[in-house]
Design a protein around this ligand. Structure first.
Ligand code: MG
Length: 367
């Protein structure tokens, strides 16, 4: 059995409203989806949302990297995922979002070939995954109002984007906590926006509002700064932009810089390497979260199956598709009820029907 054809699609998905984090604002998401068709009647979908800031990729670089990767995989056995990932690494360095599209499609093929939902093949650790809902940076008052709306929709955990102005950030956390009461978990993500000094100050001031963890308080490269924040912060520190690979994970652990790590498939290059990051972390007693960039339900479903499969992936921030007005997946995938990502009995990622209008025609086909 072999890969017969790989199709590459460019997809633009509009947000309901512009989304703001510390480094900037976006109104839409430009993603790449791939379809892998095998010679035995099974096909798989993958997708990634490239981030220039985080991995240096754009839709254009992903399409270009795939033009080198895809021809090398045509004819290969789709189930030899580790071997196929090695091939991708031999063809191009870096380009994790491009590699994630293929890795995810191969995992979808794996699940469909086995006739099982993917998470059961990845370890089947849990049957549902609690996700938070992320609040875009706005004024403290507006964020408190958004928080109340999210809780009314059933979300039990909120992730507050902060990292723009320390005293205003403290107000954001205070007003959200006061608006939602004690029963909701609050996480904060500074997206590299603070200096170590500012981070230590803010985190000590918001400790009383009961924060589960803080994501990437300082710039990605500043591992010493991250370690300092971890030592002086009363709130657990999670790396995001600082961790892309198992090697990054090892370094952060050696430098005693993190309590937790946020894995994203677009950073790791897909599920196989996400697993390796989680395994390195687990050996050091470091819990992981699965996050997302701005994928549609295809990429989000891949993250959800990974989180459900792997015991050490204890947290999930899988809400980005909920922020999109345009829905690439019309039927199937996972669904969210009361803060939980729930799975169907469909095999693989469980995708049933995509919006062919949004998908358009492939920008490239390799066969
Ligand atoms: Mg983050």
């Amino acid at each position: 059995m072999g890969i017969e054809r790989i199709e590459v699609y460019q997809v633009t998905l509009r947000f309901f409203e512009p989304f703001r984090i510390a480094p900037g604002e976006s109104a839409e998401s430009r993603n790449v989806a791939v379809r892998i068709v095998t010679d035995y009647g099974v096909e798989g979908w993958g997708e990634a949302s490239p981030s220039r800031r985080v991995t240096g990729e754009t839709v254009e670089t992903v399409v270009e990297a795939l033009s080198r990767i895809a021809p090398r995989l045509v004819g290969a056995c789709p189930l030899r995922i580790e071997r196929n990932v090695e091939t991708m690494d031999q063809v191009v360095e870096g380009n994790p979002a491009a590699k994630a599209t293929i890795d995810i499609a191969l995992h979808d093929v794996l699940g469909k070939t086995a006739g099982k939902p993917l998470f059961t093949l990845l370890g089947g650790y849990r049957a549902e995954v609690l996700t938070d809902f992320t609040l875009s940076i706005k004024t403290p008052k507006e964020m408190a109002a958004d928080a109340v709306k999210a809780v009314e929709k059933g979300f039990k955990a909120l992730k507050l984007k902060v990292g723009v102005n320390p005293s205003e950030d403290v107000e954001r956390v205070r007003m959200v906590r006061e608006a939602v009461g004690e029963g909701v978990e609050i996480r904060v993500d500074a997206n590299e926006g603070w200096s170590p000094e500012q981070a230590v100050e803010v985190l000590n001031r918001v400790e009383k509002f009961r924060i589960r963890f803080v994501e990437q308080p300082v710039p990605a490269h500043d591992v010493k700064g991250l370690a300092r924040v971890r030592r002086e912060s009363p709130i657990p520190v999670m790396a995001d932009e600082s961790v892309h690979s198992p090697y990054d994970a090892l370094r952060l652990i050696r430098e005693e810089a993190v309590d937790m790590m946020n894995i994203k498939l677009a950073k790791s290059g897909g599920i196989l390497k996400a697993r390796k990051i989680s395994d390195v972390a687990e050996a050091a007693g470091v819990s992981c979260m699965i996050g997302c960039m701005s994928e549609s339900e295809i990429g989000v479903a891949a993250g959800a199956h990974f989180a459900a499969g792997v015991g050490n992936v204890n947290y999930a921030d899988l809400d980005c598709d909920l922020l999109h007005a345009d829905k690439l997946v019309k039927k199937g995938g996972t669904r969210v009820e009361n803060s939980m990502r729930l799975f169907s009995r469909e095999s693989g990622l469980g995708l049933v029907e995509l919006d062919t209008g949004l998908l358009g025609r492939p920008v490239a086909v390799y066969k």
